[in-house]
Design a protein around this ligand. Structure first.
Ligand code: NAG
Ligand code: NAG
Ligand code: NAG
Ligand code: NAG
Ligand code: NAG
Length: 381
């Protein structure tokens, strides 16, 4: 192997020296240009060998030319190749000043993926260039683009991807569907069903609340009318408690707004202290039973109105049991001296704890949160 290489190298140098003077005599640049035109149109300087081995593959010409007289007229190639004293490995190709040219003009070896774009990738729009060797490359195009160099935007709309008669907008590299209401997803393939909730108000009426705090909670309850109430929509119930919890109205039939307001109007504060633990225990056991009109496929929300005073570790334990059971606990605190830490411990998530001053339930955050929790959509195929 080594012997062959040395002989080749010696041969090359002889050839180079032999032609060097000739090249000097000619106008070298003119020569290059003229022959380049020939190469670009023919892919080869010399006639192809008419007998095997055929020189059809340009990458193999070097081999062919060693054996066939026809190919040996490749004087420039011998010269330029040897000038750089290297041949390009199979996966690199020949360039002159960064411009691709036929193998005959090999003066600099470069990866085909690197040289076309002048520092940028050959493949447009974020395509990945694969060097196939033999001066060929392939672009792997990102979704939404096609073409040899990923230069063409695919009009995805031609394939009518949007379902349910939605119109389609082709954008560069992507498309979007204008889904009719109740449908969503990239192709409007998801159908949305309005879902609803059973919301249980848990009202602290114990003597640890001041009168103003209790009145604040009652005012807050008025906003129940902002929910979409109805038998097939949001159903509400109310448990009032001090020492003992009592269900003032249950979910049965889905009370209307007027009915709910009537029932709220007669709620009054009590004289005993609040047993929060007992109240949550009651809700855990009786809050969402079928007998109370709770439905099977609804979200279950508890809105706890209190100042939090008197909540202990047992209460927190029961709140955990309710949450583990899938219930969502919203804590709304009234008054200036709420037990913030205790209420945070009860809430399902920190953002489901709200502190309102006395008599102010117009806080849009609370209302929006309660509304979106109770009236929501589930979208699936
Ligand atoms: C096309 O748009 C959809 C919806 O906006 C998006 O989820 C997706 O990632 C986009 N695809 C591409 C390739 O940008
Ligand atoms: C609160 O109720 C629980 C039972 O739910 C009971 O064990 C506890 O003693 C009560 N607390 C008070 C102060 O009555
Ligand atoms: C629920 O309320 C309805 C209507 O007020 C009532 O008839 C029913 O007895 C209540 N259910 C329970 C378990 O108390
Ligand atoms: C609710 O679920 C219970 C138990 O899974 C079942 O017995 C009852 O028939 C269901 N009720 C409705 C209205 O689907
Ligand atoms: C409640 O639990 C916490 C931590 O679990 C503990 O540090 C605290 O002493 C407990 N409080 C009572 C009154 O048991």
């Amino acid at each position: 192997m080594n012997v062959v290489l040395i002989i080749r190298s010696l041969l090359c140098q002889t050839v180079v020296q032999a032609y060097y003077s000739r090249i000097q005599l000619l106008n070298e640049i003119q020569m290059d240009k003229k022959e380049a035109a020939f190469f670009l149109s023919h892919g080869s300087r010399a006639e192809r060998s008419p007998t095997p081995p055929f020189c059809y593959d340009r990458a193999q010409e070097g081999v062919c030319e060693k054996r066939h007289m026809e190919c040996k007229t490749e004087e420039f190639r011998e010269y330029l190749c040897t000038k750089e004293n290297q041949a390009c490995p199979a996966n690199l190709m020949c360039t002159i000043d960064g411009i691709w040219c036929p193998v005959h003009y090999r003066t600099h070896c470069a990866n085909i993926c690197d040289i076309f774009g002048q520092g940028q990738s050959k493949c447009k729009n974020g395509g990945t260039c694969i060097n196939n060797g033999a001066e060929s490359y392939t672009c792997i195009c990102p979704q939404g683009f096609t073409g040899k160099d990923c230069e063409r935007d695919i009009d995805e709309c031609l394939a009518n991807p949007c379902q349910h008669s939605a119109s389609c907008n082709n954008v560069v590299g992507n498309y979007s569907c204008n889904c009719p209401s109740r449908f969503t997803g990239q192709n409007c393939e998801l159908v949305c069903h309005p879902m609803t909730s059973d919301v249980l108000y848990l009202l602290d009426a114990g003597n640890l609340l001041t009168f103003d705090e209790f009145q604040g909670a009652i005012d807050a309850l008025q906003y129940v009318s902002l929910l979409l109430l109805g038998s097939n929509d949001v159903r509400v119930s109310l448990v009032k408690y001090a020492a003992e919890p009592e269900m003032k109205f249950n979910f049965t039939n889905g009370l209307t707004e007027t009915k709910v307001h009537q029932k709220i109007a007669i709620l009054s504060k009590e004289v005993q202290p609040s047993n929060h633990t007992k109240a949550l225990e009651y809700v855990y056991q009786n809050g969402f039973t079928t007998r109370n009109g709770a439905r099977n496929d609804t979200r279950k929300v508890i809105v706890h109105l209190t100042n939090g005073r008197g909540i202990d570790n047992d209460t927190i334990h029961l709140a955990d049991m309710l949450k583990n059971d899938g219930k969502i606990l919203i804590e709304i605190g009234f008054g200036d001296f709420i037990d913030r830490k205790a209420m945070l411990n009860l809430a399902s998530y920190p953002y489901m704890f709200y502190h309102l001053g006395e008599k102010q339930f117009t806080d849009v955050k609370v209302l929006r949160s309660l509304k979106s929790l109770s009236e929501y959509e589930v979208c699936n195929v």
